[in-house]
Design a protein around this ligand. Structure first.
Ligand code: PLP
Length: 370
């Protein structure tokens, strides 16, 4: 099997898999006040220390959650509900992950004003528009790296503008963490997900800057200082912390070379049948978005799957949907273009031979499909 869908989920890291047997021995409830509970709490708190240290913040700033979706809801809705009154302005974009868009929609129904910034066809924001609109806004929520297109936020600029106007900045860093340099000090709130790093699914983290307050999404016990109640998952947290350490040691330049090898192969073999999108400077080195004009993307995915290559059309959460990607539509693609666009995302277990094999099967599939 050759897997080129790292943005949907990263294969579980070998280092994580090797540690699972040890972690499974620490199965007690981390809130229990006995030795077994203490061991579980130790595993959880060591993971918090390690994850925070890798990010460059204090362990006090990390809340463990069930993943990126929950972190986005906790940070966006939790911040707004605790700190802003209905009528307050929140700034975002239509190319955000569906979890952020749904959190914003809930807030809109509660009377908050959601202002979406325009994006150009490369996914870039107009910084003058942000500068103009951010005045008086209580929160700006934008993603660090787009999971479907790979385009990046100009975080230096966005952070500077938000700070200048006193607006808090939430960044959905689920996709960018471990892949691109990221300074936590530039943001107030940030969301992370373990499975995008090569940890276990169903674990995530929320970063909240010092002195910020959040309203919890639900009540219950006192876990995570009452911000995310429910029995914690020490093994998931340990796996996430280890996966982040591994991700930070990944050979990002080598992964970029694989992506570039793929794109130059496509250009050489299918210049008239494949259009490579989002080729600006601000994009992740592991992602390639390709439009095959006139071809049905789903059929091409099935074709490639039969040859044991796993690729996708974009967000895995929406891949059961017959609707074209909301991200591509927000960037000005037509419905037809969006339905003919595939995402290839690469990572540490890919090899040049596997890329060449993928290329040759794409070329024959595209020629066969007409
Ligand atoms: N944000 C982004 C940018 C993502 O790519 C994803 C997953 O695709 C999420 C949030 C949701 O993360 P999770 O699957 O952990 O809920």
């Amino acid at each position: 099997m050759a897997y080129f869908d790292y943005n949907a989920t990263h294969p579980i890291r070998h280092e994580v898999a090797d540690s699972c047997a040890d972690w499974l021995k620490v199965w007690a409830n981390p809130s229990s006040k006995h030795q077994a509970g203490n061991s579980a709490r130790g595993l959880l708190e060591d993971a918090r220390e390690s994850f925070a240290a890798a990010l460059g913040c204090s362990h006090r700033q990390i809340v463990f959650t069930s993943g990126g979706t929950e972190s986005n809801h906790l940070l966006v809705r939790g911040f707004v509900k605790e700190n802003l009154l209905p009528g307050a302005k929140i700034i975002s974009s239509k190319a955000e992950h569906s979890s952020v868009l749904s959190a914003l929609e809930l807030l809109r129904k509660d009377g908050y004003l959601i202002d979406y910034l325009a994006l150009d066809r490369e996914g870039m924001l107009d910084m003058e528009e942000l500068d103009r609109k951010v005045k008086g806004a209580g929160l700006v929520s934008l993603m660090l790296a787009n999971n479907e297109t790979g385009h990046l936020l100009d975080i230096d600029k966005v952070s500077e503008i938000c700070r200048k106007h006193g607006a808090r900045l939430h960044v959905d860093a689920v996709q960018g963490l471990g892949k691109i340099p990221f300074r936590i000090s530039q943001v107030d709130l940030a969301s992370f997900s373990a499975h995008k790093l090569g940890g276990l699914k169903g674990t995530g983290a929320a970063y909240m800057g010092p002195s910020l307050r959040l309203a919890p999404l639900w009540g219950g016990g006192e876990q995570e200082k009452g911000l995310r109640t429910g029995t914690q998952n020490p093994m998931g947290a340990a796996a996430m912390a280890l996966a982040l350490q591994c991700a930070m040691k990944d050979d990002a330049a080598g992964i970029r070379l694989l992506r570039d090898r793929f794109e130059s192969g496509l250009r050489a073999e299918l210049s008239d049948r494949a259009r490579i999108n989002f080729r600006g400077d601000l994009r992740m080195g592991n992602t390639s978005s390709v439009t095959f004009p006139g071809l049905d993307g789903q059929s091409l995915i099935l074709h490639l799957d039969m040859r044991n290559h796993q690729v996708s059309m974009g967000s895995a959460c929406m891949s059961g949907s017959v609707e074209p990607s909301h991200v591509l539509l927000a960037l000005g693609f037509s419905r037809e273009e969006a339905k003919s666009t595939l995402r290839f995302s690469f990572g540490c277990y890919n090899t040049p031979d596997a890329i060449d094999c993928l290329l040759s099967d794409i070329v024959s599939a595209v020629r066969q499909m007409g």
